[in-house]
Design a protein around this ligand. Structure first.
Ligand code: NAD
Ligand code: IPM
Ligand code: MN
Length: 342
């Protein structure tokens, strides 16, 4: 039996994960779900440990992990998010953060001009270095002379492998996004390896944009993009922007992937949304579509396509949560998707 580890996490994480698991359960694929209920901010605040070695073994020994969201106002300013999410990304070398963005229903996009509605792209975010490398330090802390430094790490291997993945994920066009005009050292690595990769794929339309212009172009007309490849921070920011353009942050899915091992950590793009936790209003679609990415990766392509089709239908019928124009709660919105699967 295929064993999937599950980290429901904090805030709305458990609420949306429950709906994703119910959708997975609808197929009777014989997936064994190994739920790590204790990996959350409460445990971290009580014990100081977010993710134990035993937890890590359960995760690495599984076929993939579904994660809701981690983050809690009580743990703000601590290492909690790093110790769970970034630790998994870095230690399991999940170097691709694949974040597809697809318009579920034309009414949802703020881009209402005709012909500008078919948003269907993916952000391929470098996921193991950049500003997230946690290299730096602080001098003269808490004085007026305080200096804090976070070093942006750019490696040849890190850039090359994520560009390679982006090229392999595209059928039409890849756009590389950096800030090499202002951040020259890492920028030179991105530029050189990008040019080399482009030379090998003359069949693809390859373009480069600085990140500020990329943000503008995404808002202006996102339909021009197929795959965007970029570093860790720009990928984080642009994927929230693109998610909202395609209808709402609550609908965006992602996988943190090591294409070599095939191991993936599947999670909605959004966070734990403490402002709406416990109100049964969170949109479960980001989590459900992340589970569909897991189905794809396990080879259950028809089932994954069925989940996407049912989700589209539920949204088109207005059987969804209030953030995307419906009036259903989290549970009822999940149930609507399951109904349409049948
Ligand atoms: P957030 O994504 O949790 O919320 C941003 C806004 O979007 C909020 O107004 C929220 O109500 C809304 N929203 C998010 N998901 C939604 C959904 N499914 N349905 C409807 N509305 C939704 O971002 P934040 O408020 O900056 O972060 C909250 C906590 O989550 C922080 O601790 C942060 O570090 C953490 N976080 C975790 C992850 C993750 O686990 N992958 C991702 C982002 C943020
Ligand atoms: C995301 C989140 C994380 C990130 C946070 C919680 C560290 O925003 O997965 O997009 O910045 O990568
Ligand atoms: Mn983010």
């Amino acid at each position: 039996m295929t064993r999937i580890t599950v980290i429901p996490g904090d805030g709305i994480g458990p609420e949306v994960t429950e709906q994703a698991l119910l959708v997975l359960g609808a197929f009777g694929l014989g997936l064994e779900l190994d739920v790590l209920d204790h990996v959350n901010a409460g445990t971290f605040l009580e014990t100081g440990v977010a993710l134990s070695e035993v937890d890590l073994k359960r995760i690495t020994g599984s076929a993939g992990t579904l994660l809701g969201a981690v983050g809690d106002p009580r743990a703000a300013g601590t290492r909690y998010a790093r110790d769970v999410l970034l630790r998994l990304r870095f230690e399991l070398d999940l170097y691709v953060n694949y974040r597809p963005v697809r318009l579920l229903d034309a009414r949802l996009s703020p881009l209402r001009r005709a012909g500008r509605r078919e948003i269907d792209c993916a952000i391929v975010r470098e996921n193991t270095e950049g500003l997230y490398a946690d290299i730096g330090g602080a001098l003269r802390s808490r004085t007026e002379a305080e200096v804090a430094i976070d070093t942006e790490v750019t490696t040849h291997l890190g850039v090359r492998r994520v560009i390679d993945y982006a090229m392999s994920a595209a059928s039409r066009a890849v756009c590389m996004v950096d800030k090499s005009n202002a951040v020259p050292n890492g920028g030179r690595v991105w530029q050189r390896l990008w040019r080399a990769a482009c030379a090998e794929r003359p069949d693809l339309e390859t373009t480069h944009l600085y990140v500020d212009v990329a943000a503008m172009r995404l808002v202006q007309d996102p339909t021009q993009f197929e795959v965007i490849v970029t570093n860790n921070s720009y990928g984080d920011i642009l994927s929230d922007l693109a998610a909202e353009l395609a209808g709402g942050l609550g609908t965006a899915a992602s996988v943190n992937l090591n294409p070599g091992t095939g191991f993936g950590l599947y999670e909605p793009v959004h966070g734990s949304a403490p402002d709406i936790a416990g109100t049964d209003t969170a949109n479960p679609i980001g989590a459900v579509l992340s589970a569909a990415l897991l189905l794809d990766r396990l080879g259950h392509r028809d089932e994954a396509a069925a989940v996407r089709a049912a989700t589209d239908r539920a949204v088109a019928d207005g059987r969804c949560t209030a953030d995307i124009g419906g009036s259903l709660g989290t549970r009822a919105a999940g149930e609507a998707i399951r109904d349409l699967l049948a």
